[in-house]
Design a protein around this ligand. Structure first.
Ligand SMILES: NC(=O)c1ccc[n+]([C@@H]2O[C@H](COP(=O)([O-])OP(=O)(O)OC[C@H]3O[C@@H](n4cnc5c(N)ncnc54)[C@H](OP(=O)(O)O)[C@@H]3O)[C@@H](O)[C@H]2O)c1
Length: 289
């Protein structure tokens, strides 16, 4: 016989992108421990299956897996359909998937003067870290808007601070949240890539070290602020998890994943009525500059 008693407080549903390892996987674990249902995602089905086994050991009924490659529009569309069919709404989106766009320093030859960056790496980096987060957010937005108290957390970096863009004009334009638009932010990301291709990064005021990663995270931060302005019912935050020991930096980081994920989870579970459009690090609210 069916139990007709409706659960008075149904669990919140969270999606974490790039959650087969690193900060994303640990974010899933911590969300599960706080009573949130988690949609674990990975671009690689096999890696996702291994991660799912780990999480099912902790919370057998509160985690599901679905493939999601944030750089692939068709994968994002199929994923959004899955969430819609399975849950009908979404409470928490954590845009965590990210790449450095070049080999970590520890994998470059000793005394190398090369930055290790290539145009293809830079394009992949922007397409994953910035356009990927935007693609997933747009696809899931209708479901987020159906939740009672939705949250978006964009996992950024200290390199998302405007100070890492040398040009004062670019800094000023990107910081001008009242006049900046999403279209203009996309145009700036594209002009960065054009300048990279033409060898004109330094001349045009872009960073020349870890340039794509820095620009992608600056764009993620600005996008977070634009989202907060456009969707006043959603609490949108971006976070710097700190220098965390993961594959991204060849495990050279100093913080354990538990510490990095804690900052992400705190932003994901901010109390109702918390301010939106802020950047957080371990010391709480951080400056965008
Ligand atoms: N570690 C740090 O010190 C640090 C500092 C600041 C910010 N962050 C940010 O934290 C986030 C997580 O990084 P991490 O340190 O945990 O690195 P990580 O261990 O390398 O994990 C990155 C995750 O993103 C996934 N990913 C990459 N491209 C993807 C795509 N196109 N679609 C879906 N998933 C994709 C990876 O999947 P695969 O396994 O398939 O590659 C992996 O699951 C990133 O946004 C990163 O920029 C990290």
């Amino acid at each position: 016989m069916e139990n007709s008693t409706a659960d008075p407080t149904p669990k919140r549903i969270a999606v974490v992108t790039g959650s087969n390892k690193g900060i994303g996987l640990e974010t899933c674990k911590q969300l599960l421990s706080k009573g949130v249902k988690v949609v674990l995602t990975a671009r690689d089905e096999a890696k996702g299956a291994v991660a799912l086994e780990k999480l099912r050991a902790l919370a057998p009924t509160d985690v599901v897996f679905h493939q999601l490659d944030v750089a692939d529009p068709r994968s994002v569309e199929a994923f959004a359909d899955f969430v819609k069919t399975q849950f009908g709404k979404l409470d928490i989106l954590v845009n965590n998937a990210g790449i450095l766009g070049k080999p970590p320093r520890s994998q470059l030859p000793p005394n190398s003067v090369s930055t290790g960056e290539t145009y293809q790496g830079a394009e992949d980096c922007l397409n994953t870290n910035y356009f990927g987060a935007k693609r997933v957010t747009e696809a899931l937005m209708p479901l987020l808007l159906l939740a009672q108290s939705p949250r978006i957390v964009n996992v950024s970096s200290i390199y998302g601070k405007l100070q890492y863009i040398p040009s004062k004009d670019l800094q000023k334009e990107i910081n001008g949240i009242d006049t900046l638009t999403e279209d203009r932010l996309d145009e700036l990301a594209q002009s960065f890539l054009n300048d990279f291709k033409n060898g004109e990064l330094g001349k045009n005021g872009w960073p020349t070290q870890s340039s794509a990663y820095r620009v992608s995270k600056v764009a993620v931060n600005a996008y977070t602020r634009l989202l907060a302005k456009r969707y006043p019912t959603i609490c949108c935050s971006c976070v710097d998890p700190g220098f965390v020991k993961t594959d991204m930096n060849g495990n050279a980081g100093i913080l354990p994943v538990q510490e990095g994920a804690k900052i992400v989870v705190t932003a994901a579970l901010l109390p109702d009525g918390s301010p939106s459009g802020l950047f957080y690090d371990a010391n709480q609210v951080a400056s965008y500059e």
